[in-house]
Design a protein around this ligand. Sequence first.
Ligand code: ADP
Length: 496
Amino acid sequence: MSSNLESLARQVAESGRIEGLSDKHFIDGRFIARGNESLECYDPGTGKPFAQFAAGGKAEIEEAVEAAKVAFAKVWSKVVPAERGRILQKTAALIREKADYLTVVESLDSGKTLSEAKGDIANAARTFEYYAGAADKLQGDSFPISGDLLAYTVPEPMGVTAHIIPWNYPLAMLARGVAPALAAGCTIVAKPAEQTPMTALLMAGILQEAGLPDGVFNVVTGTGEEAGAPLAAHKDVAHITFTGSVETGGKVMQAAARNITQVTLELGGKSPAVVLADCDMENAINNVAGSIYKNAGQICSAGSRLVIERSIHDEFVDKLSRRAAQLRLGHGLRDPDVGPVNSQEQLGKVKGYLEDAKARGVETRAGGAVTADPETGLGWFVEPTIFDNLDSKDRLVQEEVFGPVLAVQVIDSLDEAIEVANDTEYGLVAGVFTKDSAKARRLAGALDAGQIFVNQWFSVGIEVPFGGNKKSGIGREKGMEGLRAYCKIKAVGERF
Ligand code: ADP
């Protein structure tokens, strides 16, 4: 951690304030105020407001989509791919240059620890860098038909794309959709989550500084109902990228269906870490703990279920429980092991699961309650929790809690592991811990998920496609797959 970052974080933690944030929308290259009310941004580490932002609605969405439509037709679709790539490369460099400030804003706004926020900002820079290099490598095919007939394909940009962003990874998720959309030649209207709008507005300034023409990237802040819904329902939007809950994803898909708009949905997860008796126990414990306690468990691809072989269950869960109990909770800016959950609403949801588990007499091996920052007595915190010996039908196994809460299921064979691991409505990611490559390969083949981690969790980068099966979503982001989502393929057959 650089001393610059540490001193900025300390200063902001002490004052509860940070300079340089916007309370406006960003439309057609300008930060603009509109007549509507403001909403408060809360610091989850204290539960206190630290800034305000504009509550946009249908009128601002109309204005932003119109700006994006004009910019697409007149400007961005005409900029050659290599130049688009240069602007994205400059964007990556600027994110790195401003990383300390972005890190502190992201930590304050979302509650995540400074180290995690730092990782997210580095991730966002890397995403722009990756798609900068990909912009001029979007190629079509040619097809062998007959002597005088040539058939070929051209990937063309979709047009105006909507990006509805969740609160758990505000800047990293924005980058994941915006960078490939820009690389493909699309223009953008982004609607950050109402809990965490700040870094999207900062990105508007960064993209402009990198040379992005006016109207190509627009941000409207506001609630899901007031700003998100009209964006999802807009007839001039050609593609919607949504990350969030299954319920809201369904609403977005319904709105899109009315206009036959293409969607990429990354929704919930209840991802299993399958731990076999022959695993490297220390490595498996580190990864399972990291997979569920990182970002206070508010990760779509968290390892929220431990599916473990009976012969190592007792030792493994004992050690993991001790690890969970040792984790230091605290304000994100003080960089503890685990920060707060993102909002009072989220705290209430998690608390509901914890109280229900207690009332039902579920075996609790660690945590099990909501709490506060031990230093200040403030904020929205949940103890790192482990519920043991759960049945497949238990709601703690079936439902996404989205907090630092691990559900343990015990299995006796590989076949049972596969059956148990696949027995939810979700299919985002799954992990396998074993030294036996044949078993790992078999599980990797049989687990119904979009990404499989073997003897590690999360450690695949922007190069690798990511997305869910079943109710975890539609489509794939990241990698070249993620870029193709923003293209429509035109096929031409010509004879002269
Ligand atoms: P959560 O329930 O965890 O807060 P959501 O899935 O509701 O998460 O929110 C993810 C994003 O979707 C946020 O930017 C939110 O404002 C937006 N959103 C919420 N409701 C709607 C809706 N009806 N239409 C479009 N976007 C919405």
